[in-house]
Design a protein around this ligand. Sequence first.
Ligand code: FCB
Length: 460
Amino acid sequence: MTGSIMKKPVVIDAKTVSVDLQPGVLRKDFVWGVSTSSYQIEGATKEDGRGLSIWDTYARQKGRIEHGDTADVACDHYHRYPEDIALMKGLGIGAYRFSVAWPRVLPRGRGAINEKGLDFYDRVIDGVLEAGIEPWLCLYHWDLPQALGDLGGWTNRDIAGWFADYAALISRRYGDRVKRFATFNEPCVAILFGYAMSWNAPGVSDRSSYLKAVHHLNLAHGGAVDVIRDLVPGASIGIVHNRQPVYPESETPENLHATALLDTHWNLIFTDPQCLAAYPPLAAADMEPYVQAGDMAKICRPIDWIGLNHYSPIYARAEPNSELGFAWGKSPDRTDHPDFLWPIHPDAFRETLMDTWTRYRLPVYVTENGCGDPDAPNAAGEVVDERRVNYLRAYIHAMGEAAKQGADVRGYFVWSLLDNFEWGAGFGNRFGLAYVNFETLKRTPKSSYFAYRDMIRRLR
Ligand code: FCB
């Protein structure tokens, strides 16, 4: 999914008039939801027997997280989940995508089970179901148990077995009430940023560690699909990928090659083996030393849907001294919306939906979309985030355009319900439909909360 023409991002501000999607374009059973992740909202990192995760370790290393923020308390969802479920109910959503913290249920990643950790997700799942919302459970949103990190984490081939055992525990415990499972959230971010660029935990930058980690995560995915399929009758299984068009920072031959490389490592190196049983051409030779006989068949197991997380296009430039030959390029014209974390480009979303559908021919659920902005309450205590409202309208409209062009898109989940611990950005960037005051932990629904509620009502 590379484009050779630089595209100017669209400017979305409070004055932008976005076009609303009209009812009748999407499927009748279209699923509207919100997404969260365990590490970003739960807090209670030292409570009720939870083990350490690689993010606890990473966040404590100097200079890793803006302002030295940690997720020790985060949104305190561990204690305040009933309030958060009430917020979901008020939105009128049909589905809630969340993740289980592996170290909360298996503090050392394998072996001894932490019943109190399992009880917590029982309470969440039951509460969500009582609110008339379907729980969508993701097994892995980056918080690997540190004890497994100490054994090499994703660079250790044994992790495929450890992950299968964890998937079995979760399937047995929740499979009576949960039918929607995602194996992973955004393998490309976890592994590329974690093992090649050191922007995420565990903070490694090493080519062969990265390549091994890619292959072992792919094996773990395939193994977990089989486990869930065996243990949960009626399970609907998918995986969540971050996919974005890649453009060159400028059109030199070197940058065009870097663009193809970034596309390979971002958009294809997990999805292609998982869905098409082959590594993409630009990575195949690099992966060969790690692939054993029979591996590709173990990785490419039938799944029911593909989850698409999408925010913006990305830009590449050649960087011969980097581990993989490319670096993140600058996007054109960022000056006109400097507060937004990423470029705004709804048409790139339409393009990505089309590409995901035509390449893999699996039903697509948009499992994350949204925007980060430094929101703040006004004098009246209201959080008027018109730019986010316009962003959501424009992106939902673009999704409708993809549906009209034939993409089999079946659901849309906003990232995120709450402002939360935004990884390396700490608490500095807010993505929530509800504002969180991180001193008092009070939640305040923003304008976008009410706008999304009204969009769902209108489009249902
Ligand atoms: C995605 C992550 C999610 C959140 C959003 C803003 O890449 O899956 O946890 O950080 O970006």
